[in-house]
Design a binder for this molecule. Structure first.
Ligand code: SF4
Length: 244
């Protein structure tokens, strides 16, 4: 019978509340068990080797997005990553762009709340107007597709514009805007959307490298969504169309 691999997991350790202790990498040696996720491995390390290790995880089923981290330099979910897909040596870092809480734990919640406020992430119309709208199956599917974001932050972590501009909406923010833009119940006009999305911090800040599209763990069609937004913003900017 084949022996289990011995994994070397190197994790960035840093507590921003003690800035005098500089960030460093700490290596943990763990025997791999069959079919486990990276999340399960981190849990094992925390429970058996180092209780001070900080990382986030809630649902463990790729629904809450909280265990996103940089896995060998690429963003991904620890719960969705199988250790058998990793080499013997793995490096883990926290997601960049978000405020670091400690080790692998970052505060995505505050950023997402702020983004929802910026994009006014709710249906803009009266209840009676909403009751009048009938969704076709195709439309419902389209809205649902853009509503699948789990707020993991992986798209922001690989975004070259976000690295340089803290105010950039990122793919997650632009996706959120697109979700309400295509919703027939939302009565915001093209010009109103232009103020939110047609800016240097919005669609026109995107450099179209599309790493967001490559690393979204939910495989949301970000490339298609960003192209739709760009076309819409250019058309509104040039012709100032109003209405949906
Ligand atoms: Fe995560 Fe994808 Fe949502 Fe970005 S768009 S926050 S990568 S689920």
């Amino acid at each position: 019978m084949e022996k289990n691999r011995i994994l070397k997991i190197s994790i960035m350790r840093y507590n921003p509340e003690i800035p005098t202790i500089r960030p460093s990498m700490k290596e943990y040696t763990v025997e791999e068990k069959h079919g486990v996720s990276l999340y399960a491995l981190l849990k094992y390390i925390k429970e058996n080797i180092d209780p001070s290790l900080r990382f986030d995880a809630v649902c463990k089923t790729a629904v809450c997005g909280s265990c996103a981290m940089m896995i060998n330099g690429k963003p991904g979910l620890a719960c969705k990553t199988k250790t058998c897909d990793l080499s013997v040596k793995t490096e883990l870092h926290p997601l960049p762009y978000f405020k670091l809480i400690g080790d692998l734990s970052v505060d995505t919640g505050t950023w997402f709340r702020g983004m929802y406020e910026r994009t006014e992430s709710w249906i803009h119309s009266s209840e009676s107007e909403q009751n009048d709208v009938r969704f076709s199956n195709a439309m419902m599917k389209e809205v649902y597709e853009l509503d699948r974001c789990i707020e993991c932050g992986c798209c922001a972590a690989v975004c070259s514009t976000a690295v340089m501009d803290d105010n950039f909406l990122t793919a997650a923010g632009l996706l959120r805007a697109a979700r309400f833009m295509i919703d027939p119940r939302d009565k915001r006009t093209d010009l109103q959307w232009y103020d939110v999305v047609g800016t240097e911090n919005g669609m026109f800040g995107c450099s179209s490298y599309l790493a967001c599209n490559d690393f979204c763990p939910k495989e949301i069609p970000l490339q298609k969504t960003l192209s739709m937004l760009r076309r819409k913003m250019i058309s509104t900017g040039m012709f100032g169309r109003e209405g949906k």
